[in-house]
Design a protein. Structure first.
Length: 367
């Protein structure tokens, strides 16, 4: 595989990294963390003006990118800058569902920054299984509960999955619906997330929904959207791991004991080497998952499961070792590493944890 960036990707990476370096800091992050919705609107609109959301979609869908490599590059930079934003759930995940369903007018509104979305799919007992849907739809009237709906309070409209037929774990019989946030019978209970941002528990009691795409065929739309969202999550975690590693390297060179930098102590140098080895393995896994995203479904999924499993294990090591080598300062609110470590740790629970993806990988690779 060719690991070099194309000229276009290099330009995108340079401009995005330069913008985030001077526009995002602990002050803007804390502003987002303390806001009512967990979103910094100024940053959202600035990124829209840069065309970042447009890079999530193909030209046929109204964007100018949409490949695994495009999306991985963007989310790695977002992770590196430790951005608290709804780009993953509110733009990429929700937007790719709409694009696949042919809702291109809504996609255009999203790209232009005129629409905020939230995907209400996970349920209190669904774990990570996309086919597990208890929420029901009868003639477009929805009843049920949705759990951990990211960006729900800040969204203009919800995308809700509901079952029209079949058993609770059937892949067939799942439909998707638009639900306006002020719809009668809709209850949104908002809360802050540990790693930043907001989510909500959503209750639907006789809520009227508007069908998205073909009736009963929502699972295929969800599966493809969650696949690219998992690649993006891996890339974002890689960026956060990079930031944690760089902070640790800088600290080891700066901090002195016995008249010399602690980076010269052999035990710490060995631990730093282990971190760098894990970083390179993780980077290779993300590049591979992004590169094979446009392949056939089985090849795509094998590489995504492998990457997500590795990111969970490597991310935990990076977070723990960074904290241990910093000492107590790494856990303070004022220091950037504390927030990065939380995001790395919680990323393992997004879109399936380490064990879940290992099970899926084994199922696909067994003869």
């Amino acid at each position: 595989m060719n690991f070099d960036l194309t000229d276009e990707h290099q330009m995108l990476q340079d401009s995005l990294r330069r913008f985030l370096k001077y526009s995002c800091n602990s002050e803007t992050r804390n502003e987002a963390l303390s806001s009512e919705t967990g979103v910094t609107s100024d940053l959202w609109h600035a990124m829209v003006e840069m065309g970042v959301i447009g890079a999530f979609f193909t030209e046929e869908q109204g964007g100018f990118g949409g490949t695994g490599a495009d999306i991985a590059l963007i989310f790695e930079e977002l992770g590196r800058a430790n951005i608290v934003s709804p780009f993953l759930d509110g733009a990429l995940l929700s937007g790719r569902v709409l694009a696949a369903a042919g809702e291109l007018d809504r996609v255009a509104d999203l790209i232009n920054g005129d629409l905020q979305l939230a995907l209400a799919h996970g349920e209190p007992t669904s774990r990570y299984d996309l086919n597990y849907v208890r929420t029901t739809s009868v003639n477009g009237i929805l009843n049920g509960r949705k759990a951990v709906v990211v960006n729900a309070l800040a969204s203009d409209v919800l995308i809700v999955s509901a079952r029209i037929s079949g058993e609770v774990s059937d892949e067939n019989g799942i439909s998707l619906y638009f639900v306006e946030k002020d719809a009668a019978g809709l209850t949104i209970q908002d809360y802050a997330l540990i790693a930043g941002g907001h989510a909500a528990e959503v209750t639907l009691d006789g809520v009227e929904g508007s069908l998205i795409g073909e009736e009963g065929k929502g699972f295929a739309l969800l599966k493809d959207a969650y696949a690219i969202a998992t690649v993006a999550q891996c890339a974002e975690t890689l960026g956060e791991m990079t930031a944690a590693t760089e902070l640790t390297q800088e600290y080891l060179v700066t901090r002195q004991q016995f008249g010399r930098p602690i980076a010269t102590f052999q035990a710490l140098a060995h631990r730093m080497s282990d971190m760098l080895i894990e970083m390179e393995q993780a980077r290779s896994a993300v590049i591979r998952a992004a590169g094979y995203f446009e392949s056939d479904e089985r090849t795509r999924d094998i590489n995504i499961h492998a990457a997500k499993n590795l990111m969970g294990r490597a991310g935990r090591l990076i977070a723990e070792e960074s904290i241990q080598m910093h000492g107590g300062i790494a856990m303070t609110q004022e220091y950037e590493l504390a927030h990065i470590a939380k995001r790395i740790t919680m990323a393992d629970h997004r879109f399936g944890d380490t064990d879940y993806h290992l099970e899926k990988f084994m199922a696909l690779t067994q003869p």
